[in-house]
Write a protein that binds this ligand. Sequence first.
Ligand SMILES: Cc1cc2nc3c(=O)[nH]c(=O)nc-3n(C[C@H](O)[C@H](O)[C@H](O)COP(=O)(O)OP(=O)(O)OC[C@H]3O[C@@H](n4cnc5c(N)ncnc54)[C@H](O)[C@@H]3O)c2cc1C
Ligand code: FES
Ligand code: FES
Length: 465
Amino acid sequence: MLHFVLNDREVKTAANPATTLLDFIRYDANLRGTKIGCREGDCGACTVLLGSVENGEIQYENCTSCLTPLANAHGRHVVTVEGLNMSELNRAQEAMVSHSGTQCGFCTPGFVVSLCGYALNPDTSLSRTAKDAVDGNICRCTGYKSIERAADQLQEELDNLGEAKTVDKLIDKRFIPAYFRDIPQLLGQIEKDSFKHRGKQPVGGGTDLYVQKHDEMPFMEVAFPFKHQNGTRIWKEGDRCHMAPLCTASDLMKAPFLNESIPNWYEYMKLVSSNPIRNTGTVAGNLVNASPIGDLTAMLLALNAEITLKDPADQERTIPLRSFYLDYKKLSKTPEELISRTSFDIPTAGRFNFEKVCKRKYLDIASVNAAALLEEKNGVIIKASFSVGGVSPIPLYLHKTSEYVKGRELTERTILEAAEVLQSEISPISDARGSADYKRLLAGQLFKAHFLNLFPSQIKMSELV
Ligand SMILES: Cc1cc2nc3c(=O)[nH]c(=O)nc-3n(C[C@H](O)[C@H](O)[C@H](O)COP(=O)(O)OP(=O)(O)OC[C@H]3O[C@@H](n4cnc5c(N)ncnc54)[C@H](O)[C@@H]3O)c2cc1C
Ligand code: FES
Ligand code: FES
């Protein structure tokens, strides 16, 4: 039995846990404010909030309900636009009205939900501003400027609340309805272990599966193997970062120790999908999906990550991520094995860089992406790991190129020679993301960009062209 809180009321349901949260909300709960747009996670019309108790406090995240299996609502507070309505407009609605942020209105519930989610969340390590919080919401009418102004107004009002944005303050100032006060108590009554479900198809956040198997997933016998594990999803042990199977891209993005150790980490992670997708899509899902252009996969390959695979008898084995990919979507694992942990050494002396070229900068998948980890001492490259995506049937660790660079002087000549080696390792094909020639060119340019970004005082761009 699934048990959660939907707006201000408890829900217990025997509905198929694989059905989408969107369909449950619209057709079982008859709440039609949550809209159906693309059903592919792109438009944000179906955005809802998922609130979970973490470290004694409720944290709210926006998510695309069209890709979220109902099971992932278990034990949580699901907030739709109806759950944010009051007798008067709430502050986000008022800001949208004041700045003419709505025209046909189809996208508006999604924007309002994302903005209220931002107001509710005191943690700005994911969305630094209200504008960041709507990066997964698309509007076809307004041209965005009016929505940006509405977000700026909300930001100003929130800033005026001062440091402690308590739920009481948010209620008093009409950001959220009064029933939010009762939610911690309601969630506390939910028996987390009441949901046990085992099927054949493992699901993490569902952001790949529900796009790829759009018609089948809601009816499948799915397994949520680790979904209701308690505890930390990402942590540091010495200089090593570990991720549990539930670790999402957002967890990776906000990890303080990664932001401290890797310059631009937040900016790199911002290039990965959008807030609602990062909030639900897991790192393990990205690795197992084995897309040749998976961004987290490219980063973790260059970071020399290892994955631990667990079989149904709880036997574990750990392998380097770079040996996980055998051929197109063919993995070095049995169907029953699940990723139970992903780990990598946090770069302390090395420098990390990530590059991604898409048709648009944000909320797009890459034509080609690339990552590098480099360490230099006295003008010599002592460590090098490169990965590149979109130029091979698998997410590619560049073995030969990495080996070629190691032990050589950090000069433009080394880079140009290594770029030739790189070309011998890749085999791009022409597709909707670009021609094979274009991808070759991109792979070479991104390779040079790593050095230009990481060693700006030693490497001259004019010598690389
Ligand atoms: C709108 C949109 C934008 C996106 N943008 C990007 C982007 O910019 N960059 C990018 O890289 N990706 C992007 N993605 C893809 C996707 O969000 C990521 O790949 C995400 O990390 C997948 O994780 P998930 O938990 O949702 O996977 P799921 O869909 O739940 O699962 C994917 C696969 O992993 C398996 N799996 C899940 N967990 C485990 C486990 N613990 N052990 C073994 N197998 C497991 C599942 O069985 C399935 O085969 C985007 C997707 C959408 C819908
Ligand atoms: S319907 Fe478009 S993101 Fe869900
Ligand atoms: S107002 Fe029409 S889609 Fe945004």
